[in-house]
Write a protein that binds this ligand. Structure first.
Ligand SMILES: O=C(O)[C@@H](CO)OP(=O)(O)O
Length: 256
């Protein structure tokens, strides 16, 4: 049996401000740092080791990975970064306040933009698109790969290329893999792995900073999956949106 662990980055500045983020390269908040530390400590506590890690080129995912690897004393393992693991490009919504967008376009439209498989958010402005094209992070990926906006299916298509070409072969070589990525990239990967139909993905959310373990057979077909907390496997239906660091009951002592 093979295993892969996915982590959605800790809370980012735009998560805190309830803004559409996409390819906007915002950093973690203080709570985001703590969530990443806790995620690393959880994996360490349960004896997880990794041979290789993959992340996007966005600093909230990269920093989450760094903090986790530091916590696990694994900063020495190879880390690969790809734009293909970036968050879904939210086009003209990037930077906007989600509540204000709801007021302008209505709850239903915003829900479709956020959670449907194939409804495309409005395109980036010409100026914002030009900025993406000039960003050194994307200089080598080819102009055609820099999106004006993406549906979840677009995100799935480009993330799956990385899965098929890089991640899957490494799992097949028995490497233990950790992937630090984003809410919609992980929804896209999970959709692909579990063959979730377009209308089945709408209600699937991935919480920030909670390790998600997939057990796979030799053909990389999922056997089962679960989230981990400090006590171990979390019962389905009891997975919170994120770890409540303000909860006075939350005990950091086990982290050492
Ligand atoms: O803004 C974003 O890029 C994503 C993830 O934070 O938000 P949503 O949950 O609305 O897809």
């Amino acid at each position: 049996m093979k295993k892969i662990v996915f982590i959605r980055h800790g809370e980012s500045r735009f998560n805190l401000e309830h803004r559409f983020t996409g390819w906007t390269d915002v950093d973690l908040t203080d709570d985001g740092y703590k969530e990443a530390r806790v995620a690393g400590a959880i994996l360490k506590k349960h004896g997880y080791l990794f041979d290789v890690a993959h992340t996007s080129v966005l600093k909230r995912a990269i920093r989450t990975l760094w903090i986790m690897l530091h916590e696990m004393d694994l900063v020495w393992i190879p880390v690969y970064k790809s734009w293909r693991l970036n968050e879904r490009h939210y086009g003209g919504l990037q930077g906007l306040d989600k509540e204000e967008v709801r007021e302008q376009f209505g709850e239903e439209q915003v829900y479709e933009w956020r959670r449907s498989a194939d409804v495309r958010p409005p395109d980036s402005s010409a100026e914002a698109h030009q900025k993406d094209l000039e960003d050194p992070k994307y200089a080598s990926i080819g102009e055609g790969n820099v999106p004006l906006s993406e549906t979840l299916l677009d995100t799935e298509r480009r993330a799956i290329v990385y899965w098929n070409e890089t991640i899957a072969p490494s799992i097949k070589r028995n490497q233990r893999v950790l992937v630090s990525a984003h809410g919609n990239t992980l929804r896209a990967l999970v959709k692909h792995l579990d063959h979730i139909p377009n209308d089945g993905i709408v209600t699937l959310n991935i919480p920030n900073g909670i390790p998600l373990v997939y057990e796979l057979d030799d053909e990389l077909k999922p056997i089962r999956h679960y989230y981990l907390n400090e006590d171990g496997e979390m019962p389905e239906g009891e997975v919170p949106k994120h770890i409540d660091l303000d909860d006075p009951e939350f005990d950091f002592h086990w982290m050492g």
